[in-house]
Structures are given as C-alpha cells and as structure tokens.
Design a protein around this ligand. Structure first.
Ligand code: MRU
Length: 352
C-alpha cells in the first residue's frame, strides 16, 4: 500500500506529494509545527489524510513536549490545536481530528493520578487508531460502492481521492479499486485538475501502480467525452458535506456534476462520515480556501500569464445536493433527501 503518512520513532513520515509522480521522496516531521507546514504546503493533502496528519501532529507535539506539569501541557495542546487548525479551512476532517484528540486529552486528564508519559503514550495510540480506522473506512466504502460502478465501462474522477488523500486505499479510488477487485472491467479517466494537477500527477500515478487502466484528460474535455457516450459514471471524494448533502470538493467538481446530470450519467461522492458536517446546514456556509495566485500564474516555475493580470484561485467549489446521485460512506450508501437519509442511518445504528 502507498505509504501516505506513518508514525515512526523519528517522527511522522510523509510521502512528498509535491514531488510526485517523478520523484518518490519522503519527509519526516519532528515537531507539530513541521506537520502544520507540511499540511499547508500540501506535501500531504486530501481531507482524510490531513485529518489524521493533524492528529499525529498533536501526538507528536505532546510526545516531544518538555512540560513538567499538566497545566503546562494543556496550554501546549491548545497552542498545537490552534496552529494545526489554521492550516487549511475547507476539509472538515482537519477540525474533526483535532477535536477528537482534544476530547481524548480531556478524558485522560480526568483519570486520577494520570502521568505525562501515560498521556503521551495514549495520544499516540489514539492517532494510530484514527489512522487504522481511516483505512478500514475506505475499505467499507469500497464494499458499499463497488456495485454502483458499471461491470464494464469508463469512470471519470476529479482531483485525487485515492490512497494518497487518505491513510490508504482511498475513497473514490477505493470504490474503483473495490470494483476492480470484484471483477469489474473499469477504465479510469482522470481529470488533470488544474491548477495543482492532483489528477494528472497523483491519481494517474497511484492507479498505474495498481495496473488500473488510466487516461488523463484536461479538465475542459469531460463534456465532450460525456456527449460522445464515453463516460458511464463519475465518482469523486469530498472535503466537506453539509447537512443537506451539498458537497465541497476540489474546484471543478461542480462543472463535472452539472455536465453529468445533463448527460444522464450518475455522479457519486465517496467520503467517510468524518467529512459530513451536520453543523453546517448548506454548502454556501462552507469556507472555501483561496490559494496563492502563483499556482495559476506559473507552471513548473515558469510564468504563463501577463504580469499584473487578475487571478482567481479558489481551491474548492460546492456541488448542490441535487446533482449528487448518492453519497457512499463507510456506514452505507446515502440517497436524497440527504438530511433524512443521514438521520436514518445514524438512528438505525444507535438502535442496534
Ligand atoms: O487541495 P487538496 O488536494 O487537499 O484537495 C483534495 C480534494 O479535493 C479531494 O477530492 C478530497 O479531499 C477528497 S480526498 C479523499
């Protein structure tokens, strides 16, 4: 499995996604500040992966702390949480993971006589459990979603919602992997995903490792291929799903979803439950990260646009729920109306 990130005795080790596909280089964070920089600079990216990275960042920060009292340690955990939360605003998994680590920390503080070494060990165990659960969730999404994909046909994806965007296996690409493992003959079309090229660089690279036939296309070609009947399904990941089923994902997803509806092609979203933000009523409330204009003006270090031209670079867009055929989660497949199906799924689980 592709080692997106892992806890090591030296620190948290990441494959440097800015260098793929040409160079497979690893970097090791030895402080929580390193982890924050690694998330902000997109050395690690993808909603589930940045969530678990932040959890490991807190575990690392606590592990390396020289605090001698619990009140010192508490102040440090607050600072770590603030720094990690300020890295990227859209993927809710980041905040979910930081909250979960803080809850665990508070729970540990209530244990009579708890020592700092015990807290250090317990937080590493918690981050590692989140890592393992993320891979398991991807496998579950695969099991639930595989039958939705054609027995034979071409599936379009946008951005990278694969092993590299998670702790392994992937969400959207996990569903594709699961379908292939079950004997479906699937060709993947990977949108290049301007400006950061997650599709051209990362999706293509990781699917080729698995020998899944993959073709890269420029983002503006999808409509033509759909009109020619060359795409049977679309599947993408998500950075945040609002309570009504509106989906924030990599910019360009919205255009693909509208095109899919126009051509009668199913449009699936695969995401773990930690991507669902029930506190956000609808997609317009989701904060959209604006990234540096340089990502648009420059390609491979070379300026492509005239000096001084205005630049837009929102990293994500929102696809209204009406374009989403189904949302595949580790708990099962949600269908519209999403507010109702999300509640039913949670209620059914708590009744067991
Ligand atoms: O800016 P990125 O590369 O972090 O954006 C990633 C995406 O938009 C993914 O599609 C999303 O996080 C789902 S990953 C399983």
């Amino acid at each position: 499995m592709i080692p997106t990130l892992e806890w090591t005795p030296e620190g948290v080790r990441f494959i440097d996604q800015t260098k793929l596909p040409l160079d497979e280089i690893y970097v090791t964070a030895t402080s929580y500040q390193d982890v924050a920089t690694i998330i902000r600079d997109m050395i690690v990216r993808g909603a589930p992966a940045i969530g678990v990275s932040a959890a490991m960042g807190i575990a690392l920060g606590v592990d390396r702390s020289s605090a001698t009292t619990l009140s010192q340690l508490t102040a440090e955990v607050e600072e770590m949480s603030k720094v990690l939360a300020a890295t990227r605003p859209t993927a809710v998994n980041l905040f979910w993971a930081i909250d979960r680590m803080n809850e665990k920390y508070k729970e540990l503080l209530t244990t009579p006589g708890v020592t700092i070494p015990e807290i250090k060990a317990a937080l590493i165990t918690e981050a590692q459990a989140m890592y393992d659960a993320d891979i398991e969730a991807c496998k579950q999404m695969g099991a639930h979603g595989a039958t939705l994909l054609p027995e034979e046909g071409t599936v379009l994806t946008h951005c990278n919602a694969g092993a590299l965007a998670t702790c392994g296996y992937g969400t959207a690409l996990g569903v594709i992997r699961a379908a292939v493992e079950r004997g479906h003959k699937i060709d993947v079309l990977a949108d290049e995903t301007r400006p950061y090229l997650q599709g051209a660089r990362l999706t293509a690279w990781e699917l080729m490792q698995d020998n899944i036939p993959t073709t890269v296309l420029c983002d503006n070609m999808a409509g033509t291929l759909m009109r020619q009947g060359r795409i049977q399904a679309v599947i993408v990941g998500a950075d945040r799903i609002a309570a009504n089923g509106d989906v924030a994902n990599k910019v360009g997803t919205y255009s693909v979803a509208v095109l899919a509806k126009e051509h009668g092609i199913p449009f699936y979203v695969a995401a773990p439950w930690s991507t669902i933000d029930l506190a956000t009523a609808h997609g317009d409330q989701i904060p959209i990260e604006q990234r540096s204009p340089v990502e648009v003006t420059h390609s491979n270090g070379k300026q492509m646009t005239p000096h001084g031209v205005g630049i837009e670079n929102p990293a994500f867009d929102v696809t209204p729920a009406k374009y989403v055929t189904a949302i595949i989660t580790e708990r099962g497949v949600l269908q519209a109306p999403y507010k109702v199906s999300m509640k039913e799924m949670l209620d059914a689980e708590s009744a067991v």
